[in-house]
Design a protein around this ligand. Structure first.
Ligand SMILES: Nc1ncnc2c1ncn2[C@@H]1O[C@H](COP(=O)(O)OP(=O)(O)OP(=O)(O)O)[C@@H](O)[C@H]1O
Length: 249
């Protein structure tokens, strides 16, 4: 799969299978193409080549709202809440677009109890951590099978980051598949089952998290090692992809 910004190739020949139940962390330096990749999966950015597969169906041309109704949800970088709407309104507005399932206002508030007393507050008046909780809650309201999370820790205090990840741990326990972009490698290693490193638009490593040391990830991150496919990567294509599947053209 390829994606451009104008003439600039931001995602180059990326072939990635996401398997049901995994927690895939996408890492890489600024400008590596992580956000563009997530947005292209979610239908917020057009692929310039290749195919996005979902349960064996070609959804490359499907608009974002159709992907949401099929169970693909993005928590975008910068949260993009409706700042003048209340927390309740931000959460409920997502419900209409999504699928039916376990996640509703009550279950989201169980996952993020700090939002209960804030339901009638304007989203724009909340702290960064609370806003991130609303952004994740809003995505959960669509009952995603695959949740794409773009730098949920960005700009948050360490305590707020911990709160967000504690809540996400509950989400992970419910069987939702996660793809997350995260800069904090320590956290990546503690939550992810698989790590994919991008460099200049390409995937340069793709391996089970427990097979990569921090030093190896850092080296791939900055391009200090030759691009390679680590063990257990694209051979995973032999497994039936149950969720999103991207293939190069
Ligand atoms: N809206 C845009 N217009 C033009 N170029 C863009 C735009 N968004 C991203 N780019 C460029 O595309 C490339 C990939 O950017 P992208 O944001 O996907 O990377 P990233 O790995 O998510 O980086 P970051 O961690 O900084 O968000 C970079 O060279 C970036 O400058």
């Amino acid at each position: 799969m390829n994606a451009h910004h104008g003439q600039l190739p931001a995602v180059r020949n990326v072939s990635l299978h996401v398997h049901q139940g995994e927690i895939l962390a996408l890492v890489g330096a600024n400008g590596a193409g992580k956000t563009t990749l997530l947005r292209t999966l979610a239908g917020a950015h057009r692929a310039s080549g290749g195919t996005v597969w979902w349960d064996g169906e070609d959804i490359t041309g499907a608009p974002a709202h159709q992907r949401v109704s099929r169970g693909l949800a993005l928590v975008p970088e910068g949260r993009r809440l409706f700042a003048s709407m209340t927390v309740r309104e931000n959460l409920l507005v997502a419900r209409a677009a999504g699928r039916r399932g376990q996640w509703g206002l009550d279950t989201v508030l169980d996952a993020f109890p700090q939002l209960r007393p804030k339901l009638d507050a304007r989203a724009g008046d909340l702290s960064g951590g609370q806003q991130q909780a609303v952004a994740i809650g809003r995505a959960l309201m669509t009952n995603p099978r695959l949740l794409l999370l773009d730098e949920v820790s960005l700009g948050l205090s360490p305590l707020a980051v911990q709160g967000v990840y504690d809540a996400l741990r509950g989400v992970m326990g419910q069987g939702t598949t996660l793809v997350l972009v995260e800069q904090d490698l320590q956290r990546v290693q503690s939550v992810a089952s698989r790590i994919v490193c991008m460099l200049e638009g390409r995937v340069v490593t793709d391996a089970p998290a427990d097979q990569l040391t921090r030093a190896q990830i850092t080296a791939h991150y900055f391009g200090a090692q030759r691009p390679e496919s680590a063990p257990g990567t694209h051979s995973a294509a032999a497994n039936t992809p149950r969720h999103a599947q991207q293939e190069a053209a």
